[in-house]
Ligand binder design. Structure first.
Ligand code: NAP
Length: 334
């Protein structure tokens, strides 16, 4: 079998780094897109330098994307790059539309123009269901995105489906529910909580900054948004396996990847602080400035189709996942 080439956008992110590891293990040549910045500071892929080929580019720039695809002629393209923070999409709706919504279209257009037969994976999100009233959603649930990020992801998902139908492309949308890991960025509540718990336990004087540009921990407390909000949280390293499996099928289809479990931010805080012998109620407070204008409703994802057709199911439990993140933050800070 000739060696396959995979192109990953967003390789420096949480999922991109795990996917690159998985594909290297499987013998792929891995090419990754990174944004040019003044310094190389890609923490998640430092250990992969020399093993993957990095190309500089931006999802906003169609011509560079086309040049990179023409140069490497990948067999599989995984589009993981995005303005990926739903909460930030309220402050930056236009940038979110440009990167998260139109960005994937720039790749699809490049593939079409170059007549490349590459298989395409689009990182769709459960946020496309937004305010859907069902407690559990599956692939047949109507899309009701209700924040700028979800709307941008929905546009990209529908364009991916349109290109699949219109141009006979092998294109799949992985409708992933929240997934976390020690590589999760501090923009997300799980990592905020595990990092804050570790900072408090170790008495760190100069904690990282939160999304408001303020110290993550002030006066021994971390500020969060809605403590009653909850999510279906899984482990990122397992979710990238599902992405790969989607592109190995005979037919391109879309799949929900989730755990079908539900925990609130209170549960998250309880598990994280208890891991360090702390009572979360003494260290967490809700801050109205961190509330979302609208909350998503649909709570859990039914992954039965992925289980039946991809042979995929989640393995890591919520508690295990959060404790792993706390332990890793303790190790890093120590
Ligand atoms: P992440 O850690 O935030 O990574 C996002 C990646 O996109 C980073 O590598 C980032 O590069 C890159 N990026 C951002 N803007 C770009 C641009 N204009 N051009 C090129 N690259 C750009 O996200 P993740 O958690 O790995 O998620 C991967 C994908 O799955 C995203 O599309 C996300 O929206 C989607 N998704 C994630 C979840 C989840 O729970 N994690 C759930 C559903 C869907 P920099 O390092 O330069 O910022």
């Amino acid at each position: 079998m000739p060696q396959k080439t995979a192109f990953i956008t967003g390789i420096s992110g949480q999922d991109g780094s795990y996917l690159a590891e998985l594909l290297l293990e499987k013998g792929y040549r891995v090419v990754g897109l990174v944004r040019r910045s003044t310094h190389f500071h890609h923490e998640n892929i430092g250990h992969l330098v020399g093993k993957v080929t990095l190309e500089h580019g931006d999802l906003m720039d169609a011509s560079t994307i086309e040049d990179i695809l023409a140069k490497h002629r990948p067999d599989e393209v995984y589009n993981l790059a995005a303005q990926s923070v739903p909460a930030d999409s309220w402050a930056q709706p236009i940038v979110t539309a440009e990167i998260t919504g139109v960005g994937p279209l720039r790749i699809l257009e490049a593939l079409r123009k170059l007549k490349l037969p590459a298989r395409f994976y689009q990182a769709t999100s459960r946020e496309i269901f937004g305010g859907a009233p069902q407690e559990v959603v599956d692939e047949s649930t109507p899309f009701l995105a209700n924040n700028p990020y979800g709307v941008a992801k929905l546009y990209a998902h529908l364009m991916m489906m349109t290109y699949r139908q219109s141009y006979d492309m092998f294109a799949c949308g992985g409708i992933l529910f929240n997934h976390e890991s020690p590589r999760r960025s501090l923009h997300f509540v799980t990592r905020k909580v595990t990092m804050a718990a570790a900072c408090i336990a170790l008495g760190i004087k100069d904690p990282p900054l939160n999304e408001l540009g303020e110290p993550l921990v002030q006066g021994g407390k971390v500020r969060l948004g809605n403590l009653d909000a909850g999510r279906d949280w899984g482990y990122a390293a397992e979710y990238v396996e599902a992405m790969w499996r989607m592109l190995q099928q005979r037919e391109p289809r879309d799949y929900i990847i989730a755990t079908n479990t539900y925990y609130t931010n209170r549960d998250l805080c309880q598990v994280a602080f208890a891991r360090l012998g702390l009572d979360w109620r003494e260290h967490v407070e809700s801050d109205p400035r961190l509330m979302r204008p609208t909350e998503i409703a649909a709570a859990r994802g039914d992954y039965s189709k992925a289980k039946a057709e991809l042979g995929w199911q989640p393995r890591t439990q919520f508690r295990e996942l959060i404790e792993m993140m706390v332990d890793e933050d303790m190790r890093r800070l120590s």
